[in-house]
Design a binder for this molecule. Structure first.
Ligand code: FAD
Length: 402
């Protein structure tokens, strides 16, 4: 068994773990990242793609924004489509110039892995049998197997950045965490297609047959989704049937529709809202999907992971620099406030745009009225815009050492 020591042991090399590792590096704080998947698997995983203004600013301020600035697609607005008409919401105009940027999560992860590698700080891929222990003690430990060797890392702190299905949250003793959960009676069938995006901005479509979303990953790749039953087997859908359904739900009266192309990836993702709090137990700090999940409608999951670790980096910097522990103590409260606002927004977007299986004619008319109000009232559009581009962070970049 090899015995290592570090200041912060990080479980998971998704956006939360990699961002935290780099924020700590910028502040001269040691970390070891332990990931159970391979490097290629982590990079190739197709997930989120919408970055809030604050996430873009954070990546740039951390010095890992070069790829994002070169290849990211800035969107100043988005469309809401219903009853056959698209209505544009001008995000930049309504928020004093803020916008969102489309840049795939896999690109973010690739950039962060390259940045990590350049720092020469440890990052173990394909770690097996990962466990955490002694969470209540001053020296919590991470144990794992890598290749033929067993490792134990003694840490000052452990950051549980291992996603919804990770081991950190379940390692917290029973009764410590309160959990809040809502499962939705639908999921998203998502595709990547080799097709030039037919709109420069996202189109959220509310159709009689259910929700659909037009988005993109690059100038040559379109990313599309539509609502299906939650357990829908992807094999039920031939490529031809997927395109028929996409076009049916998205085509507007003025003839706008997505360009059709070869489907290069497809899958079904269930929709869930979930919060586990507090986001700390002893010397274990949970961040990102390890602690909360939002349905993807509001595009908040990756952005929440980024804002969590900004708060955590601030607390670690103050602890190592000045011996302050109050920001560590506040970590969960500060994050959870933002998490619940994002939960509320994501739930509202989901409930307003999707067709629920038990929807009554009254529910449907109320939803249409909601969309009518949203797209005709500057106050309503401003509310959506400020949440979509991201509510202001409670923590400044300067306080996190940037
Ligand atoms: C299938 C899927 C599709 C999604 N699609 C969208 C979307 O279209 N739009 C959107 O806005 N959001 C989407 N999201 C949400 C968004 O991608 C997440 O919010 C984001 O990835 C959160 O980052 P994270 O670092 O907290 O967690 P993750 O990205 O899940 O990273 C956790 C990391 O921990 C690793 N890990 C897990 N268990 C262990 C272990 N025992 N030991 C070591 N490492 C471990 C995992 O392999 C992973 O690399 C999607 C999420 C999923 C799961």
């Amino acid at each position: 068994m090899s015995a290592l020591k570090t200041q912060v042991g990080i479980i998971g090399a998704g956006p939360a773990g990699l961002l935290l590792g780099h924020l700590l590096h910028v502040n001269g704080i040691d970390s070891v990242i332990v990931e159970n998947r391979s490097r290629d698997y982590v990079i190739d995983r197709v997930r989120a793609g919408v970055l809030e203004q604050g996430t873009v600013d954070l990546l740039v301020a951390m010095g890992v924004g070069a790829g994002l600035q070169r290849r990211g697609l800035r969107h100043d607005g988005l469309y809401i489509s219903f009853q056959g008409r698209r209505h544009r919401i001008d995000l930049a105009d309504l928020t004093g110039g803020k916008a969102i940027t489309v840049y795939g999560q896999n690109e973010v992860v690739r950039d962060l892995i390259e940045a990590r590698t350049a720092t020469a700080r440890p990052l173990y891929f394909e770690a097996a049998c990962v466990t955490v222990g002694a969470l209540d003690s001053p020296n919590p430990v991470i144990r794992f197997r890598h290749g033929d060797a067993d490792h134990e890392i003694q840490c000052d702190f452990i950051a549980g950045c291992d996603g919804f299905h990770g081991i950190c949250r379940p390692s917290v003793p029973a009764g410590v965490l309160s959990t809040y959960e809502r499962n939705y009676p639908f999921g998203w069938l998502g595709i990547l297609a080799e097709a030039e995006p037919s709109s420069d901005e996202l189109v959220y479509s509310c159709h009689e047959r259910g929700f659909a979303l037009f988005s993109m990953r690059s100038p040559t790749v379109t990313r599309l989704y539509f609502q299906v039953p939650p357990e829908e087997p992807i094999d039920n859908w031939s490529d031809e049937a997927i395109w028929d359904e996409m076009l049916e739900r998205m085509t507007t009266r003025d003839g706008w529709q997505p360009h059709v192309g070869r489907i290069i990836q497809k899958g079904v993702t269930p929709m869930r809202s979930f919060v586990a709090a507090p986001m700390r137990h002893g010397r274990l700090f949970l961040a990102g999907d390890a602690s909360h999940i939002v349905p993807p409608t509001g595009a908040k999951g990756l952005n929440l992971a980024a804002s969590d670790v900004l708060v955590l980096a601030r607390a670690m910097k103050a602890f190592y620099g000045r011996g302050r522990t109050d920001w560590l103590d506040e970590y969960s409260d500060v994050c959870v406030r933002r998490v619940w606002k994002a939960q509320r927004f994501s739930w509202w977007m989901t409930a307003t745009l999707h067709r629920f299986p038990d929807e009554t004619p009254f529910d449907r008319q109320r939803r249409i009225a909601d969309l009518d109000y949203l797209t005709s009232s500057r106050a309503a559009m401003t509310s959506l815009a400020e949440q979509y581009v991201g509510l202001p962070a409670e923590v400044s970049f300067e306080s996190a050492g940037l």
